[in-house]
Design a protein around this ligand. Structure first.
Ligand code: LP5
Ligand code: MN
Length: 249
């Protein structure tokens, strides 16, 4: 088991925190994690759904959002590289949020060199290809024209529409099977082939934390699925010796 106290460098991976003002204990837990564990890391990768939802960068004055921004900025100022990838709930996070928080936006997916291992990072929602209704919705809202039209509306109107989509999503999810809402194995394999069969693949979204071992073209690939922070925070820690997952106490 890797420990944050190890002197050698390490990198951390988290996703699906779903931070919001109505769950202040999760935000406190995230800030504790930044100050106690991430502060000694070389890099922190936030692989999407940091927030329950993000309506646009003009919502940064919100007190809860300010708390998160200040904590990220404080960590970034200690020379920890913070990387953020959009999730399906906070894909409207833009350059203003990233600049103010001092974090770097990554495209989904992104390949990195993780202590000598080619590693692919993704949020994971694009791989849930059996969820046809979601993928239609995703295609629509990821278009830049749709996003600029949406962002041109008043913040209050955007939040009203987001609340309606959230309710509809919860209703529809209750009628979808767990298989439909998981990643599609063929989509995973196709992505890994497209990115040159990396040794490690890390993603979130499904809220089913697990270490999967795959073998494609005789190459061993480890697929790490990150957990959500609803009940208990968790993270993946990697160094030269490998990766391991940990729960926050
Ligand atoms: O997030 P999670 O894991 O609970 O569920 C996702 C999919 N749902 C979503 C919706 C988000 O949870 C809530 C909205 C976030 C705010 C985004 C901000 C900007 C958008 C503003 C839009 C007005 O992503 C869920 C998946 C699940 O993951 C598992 O993969 O199943 O997908 C759904 O439930 C979506 C429904 O199946 C389809 C909804 C169709 C709505 C069509 C409305 C048409 C209006 C289009 C205008 C955008
Ligand atoms: Mn998600």
């Amino acid at each position: 088991m890797l420990k944050p106290a190890d002197k050698s460098g390490y990198s951390l991976f988290i996703s699906d925190l779903h931070l919001c003002a109505s769950r202040p204990e999760i935000t406190s837990s995230f800030i504790d994690f930044l100050q106690s564990t991430a502060v000694n890391a070389e890099a922190l990768y936030i692989l999407g759904d940091l927030f329950e939802y993000w309506a646009g960068d003009d919502d940064m004055e919100d007190v809860h959002h300010q708390t998160v921004i200040i904590a990220l900025k404080k960590l970034a100022n200690t020379d920890v590289n913070i990387y953020f990838m959009h999730g399906n709930r906070d894909f409207l996070i833009g350059a203003d949020f990233c600049n103010v928080s001092n974090i770097t936006l990554l495209q989904d997916p992104t390949l990195i060199d993780l202590y000598g291992n080619k590693t692919l990072l993704s949020h994971g929602d694009a791989l849930c290809t059996d969820d046809i209704d979601y993928q239609d919705f995703r295609r629509q809202v990821r278009q830049s024209k749709w996003q600029s039209d949406f962002l041109s509306q008043p913040l209050r109107d955007r939040k009203t529409q987001i609340e309606a989509i959230r309710m509809r999503s919860e209703q529809e999810k209750s009628g979808k099977s767990t298989e439909i809402m998981d990643v599609n194995p063929q989509a995973v394999e196709a992505l890994l082939l497209e990115y040159g069969l990396p040794a490690i693949f890390i993603h979130g979204h499904t809220h089913r934390p697990h270490q999967h071992q795959l073998k494609i073209k005789n190459l061993e690939i480890t697929r790490w699925v990150l957990g959500d922070w609803y009940e208990q925070g968790s993270y993946l820690i990697c160094n030269h010796a490998g990766c391991s997952s940990s729960w926050l106490s």
